[in-house]
Design a protein around this ligand. Structure first.
Ligand SMILES: [Zn+2]
Length: 84
């Protein structure tokens, strides 16, 4: 017997499925969108099998990094006619 639960894929964020296999005390998480798979023991929490495509989890650096903006203003020369 197993219990099915709809979850969000930790890899791609799409709808994924989690199965609680009661007979073997396994928790199986799988995503059809990105082929994510994780099988873990529900009693010990030990990961038995795990597969995630494109494991290059990008850190939040992209948000922090901003384009370099040159704040130097180009000073216009004061016209000589304004000087009294
Ligand atoms: Zn996924």
């Amino acid at each position: 017997m197993q219990i099915k639960q709809n979850i969000r894929c930790p890899n791609c964020g799409s709808e994924a499925e989690r199965y609680y296999v009661l007979s073997s005390q396994l928790i199986r998480t799988q995503c059809h969108s990105c082929d994510y798979l994780m099988v873990m023991c529900s009693r010990t929490g030990k990961v038995i099998e795990a597969y995630a495509p494109g494991l290059d989890f990008k850190p939040t650096k992209a948000i922090v990094a901003s384009p370099v903006v040159d704040h130097k203003q180009h000073l216009l020369p004061i016209p000589a006619s304004n000087v009294h």
